[in-house]
Design a protein around this ligand. Structure first.
Ligand code: ADP
Ligand code: MG
Ligand code: MG
Ligand code: MG
Length: 392
């Protein structure tokens, strides 16, 4: 079986693989470093320093890296990632790394080296702006989400494609760690001393739990489009001029609003972590990502739509409003888990002044609650920015 020939690469065998794939000149002097900083996988950076050339070899481990061998996790996620990157490249090639090679038995994806770019989460924490970030991400999301939907493909082709992306183990991680655990007093939550009273209020908030449960249910049953599934700012590389989305191992057929909500939530969290006067450009990304998404989605809809009823007056507007309100709710779920759950927002944790850090966490949790419970009151993107100002 596949599992029996699998073994983790080392820096030496990663170099051998790069040679075997003829990714460098036969005589090239190669060096390799394992640079993975994620929670789950190995990432080897193989370079030919004298030529300034490199490739990335990403390999899944059969367990969760930060937890260790005690928490097994399917190697199938490497196939999900490779397949998703190849499909996203059909719709938005300028926004994903090129995949050079996939080996499902070894759970390996060999891809374009993006080391000339910076991980956006890191850059934002250091005060970077990325002027084109929200325009690029809005286009990326509209093209990949619309392109893999019934509207573009027709129901039959969409169902066929969805069969490749069951991804139950990774979906279960999201269902538990994003949707369920932050709303109950679960042992995996990391609640900072001082935030406990607010957390306990959250766990007793019947309206919040009910709306959180509805969002989770919608996530589980809505096979609208092939999602990235983990589109936080740690999954985006950027510079002033370029943007690339990496790490779609959580890809599955789900609600379009989930990808949009994750991007919005993580941008809002970075905005909270900043001082008031340097927030504006991040808040502009929040409104712009929606505006660009909606405009691009509309253009794609008008260009090619397999749904004969799609021209019904008002239907496109209804769809856009529903996707927007889904995104608002999912942004709330994601913000809540970054404050109460296991995986926190690094830029907020890095704030050394305890009072300020606690104030930001409470504000973020209160905003998250409003986004979840009152998502149907949100009709326009600037309302998100107004709500953040009120919560702070
Ligand atoms: P994980 O699934 O474990 O989170 P990621 O795909 O997010 O793994 O990669 C972890 C890190 O490896 C990234 O934050 C980045 O520093 C580096 N990395 C991943 N892919 C590339 C790439 N194509 N080019 C350069 N560096 C990369
Ligand atoms: Mg990652
Ligand atoms: Mg780098
Ligand atoms: Mg990952």
């Amino acid at each position: 079986t596949a599992d029996s020939i699998y073994e983790p690469l080392t820096e030496e065998t990663a170099i051998q693989l790069a040679r075997r794939l003829n990714l460098f000149d036969a005589e090239a002097d190669l060096v390799c470093r394992e640079i993975g900083d994620g929670n789950l996988n190995l990432v080897f950076h193989v370079t030919e320093p004298t030529a300034g050339k490199g490739v990335i070899i990403k390999q899944a481990l059969p367990y969760v890296r930060i937890i260790g061998e005690g928490w097994p996790l399917t190697l199938e996620r490497a196939r999900m990632e490779s397949e998703a990157l190849r499909i996203f490249a059909r719709y938005a090639p300028e926004y994903v790394p090129e995949v050079y090679y996939t080996d499902n038995d070894y759970a390996i994806t060999v891809m374009e080296d993006l080391s000339h770019l910076t991980i956006v989460r890191t850059g934002l924490a250091e005060g970077a702006i990325y002027p084109l970030l929200s325009t690029h991400i809005g286009q990326y999301m509209a093209r990949t989400l619309y392109g893999t939907s019934d509207y573009a493909l027709g129901a039959e082709a969409r169902r066929e494609l969805a069969l490749q992306f069951h991804n139950p183990e990774l979906c279960k991680i999201t269902e538990n760690f994003v949707f369920t655990y932050p709303l109950i007093d679960h042992e995996s939550n990391v609640v900072e001393e001082g935030l406990r009273p607010l957390a306990e209020q959250i766990w007793r908030d019947a309206q919040l739990l009910r709306e959180g449960a509805r969002l989770k249910r919608h996530f589980m049953i809505s096979a609208e489009a092939l999602l990235h599934g983990d589109l936080h700012t740690g999954s985006i590389f950027a510079s002033e001029t370029e943007t690339r989305v990496i790490d779609p191992e959580f890809a599955f057929y789900g609600p379009m609003g989930y990808d949009i909500g994750l991007f919005i939530a993580n941008t809002l969290l970075s905005a909270f972590a900043r001082s008031e006067h340097s927030r504006e450009e991040l808040l502009a990304h929040v409104t712009n990502v929606w505006d660009v998404f909606a405009a691009e989605f509309t253009a794609l809809w008008q260009e090619n739509n397999q749904e004969p009823l799609a021209d019904a007056a008002g239907y496109l507007d209804d769809e856009l409003l529903r996707i927007f309100q889904d995104a608002i709710g999912y942004a709330g779920s994601e913000m809540m888990r970054r404050v109460i759950g296991l995986a926190h927002a690094r830029d907020i944790e890095a704030i050394s002044d305890k009072d300020r850090r606690l104030h930001i966490k409470s504000s973020a949790a209160l905003l998250a609650r409003d986004l979840i419970v009152n998502r149907s009151h949100y009709k326009r993107a600037p309302q998100i920015v107004e709500a953040l100002r009120q919560a702070d």
